[in-house]
Design a protein around this ligand. Sequence first.
Ligand code: PLP
Length: 393
Amino acid sequence: MSNHRTDWISEEIAGLKEAGLFNVIRTIDSPMDARVKIDGRYLLNFCANNYLGLANHPRLRQAAQQGIDAYGVGPGAVRSIAGTMSLHIELEKRLAEFKRAAACITFQSGFTANLATIPALVGRDDVIFSDELNHASIIDGSRLSRATIVRYAHNDTADLRRKIEETTGYGRRLIITDGVFSMDGDIAPLDKICDIANEYDILLMVDDAHGEGVLGEGGRGIVDHFGLHGRVDVEVGTLSKAFGAVGGLVAGRQEIIDWLRQRGRPFLFSSAMTVPDVAACLEAVNVLQESTELVDKLWANAKLFREAMQSFGFDTGFSQTPIVPVMLGDAKLAQTFSRRLFEEGVFAMAIGYPTVPQGKARVRVMNSAAHSPDDLEEALAVFEKVGKELAVI
Ligand SMILES: *Cc1c(COP(=O)(O)O)cnc(C)c1O
């Protein structure tokens, strides 16, 4: 039955469908792994942020089960009221150690970690310098803080410097950048940004969601990648990507972490990570600390994939990481490309506006250590076939 109060929503949805921007969400009937079961058949999975294949790793599965045996499933309430389980404290200690940071606090997700951190650091009289391609959770966290937001051109340190020089009369200042940009797979010039932050004495925050488990020694992240330990004030991260479970983290100076326990609203007003998530993430840290094997495999797979795609003649944009965008431009072409891949047994998502700018639609390929050489060979043959068929190459 139609209701005139929601007619506008039906019209918006019809418009999205018309423009090829309506997102149909697939149902997965298997664990997240190199192949996933969709509509009764197994497809090669190039959609997940499961960089290291930990989402269905036997050691994490076992750790989660043992965690439940010891602590049950739920945290009961927010930690500041009901107390905090030693398991969460242990994970925070181990994550700080792993990231070579002074201290760490966990959140329910990377998204809430940003919503907690930014408003705790800046307010109405303050200013945030934000890369124009920063993640939605950084944008939302920045808006929530009520600080003035000054966007600088993507990865453009000259523009950042110009914006800082031009912007006067505010109280506290904060620079925020993604570490790895999730739709392009390029890396922020964090070393240069760090120099600028030091020169102007501005707080610096990086969101390392796609860097954790990927960049740096054994996946220690972007701060380790550039050797900037102790120079970046605050690192936000996620346990929902390379770490294979779900959760968020903030690592950095002890006083910032202490402050977030007092003033981070998603910490104070939303329950903690669940027990199996925490237990699985603890095991993920163990796996990462024991060996660089998975991280090395991830990079080898990513290099092989990117180079083969380039040799076919695909435009892989600015990718420097396991995120490889196949740049197609037109949103409908990207959807057709993704649909044809799907029919040929490869699951890779078309991404269009508003996730990426208008006219920059793409199929985004997420490489993973979970893929075998055969998986990659099979997928590449499909990409080449569909690329030729649709006259992209
Ligand atoms: C994925 C992502 C997040 C959100 O992480 P979740 O744990 O999934 O909430 C935050 N920031 C960036 C840059 C991301 O890519």
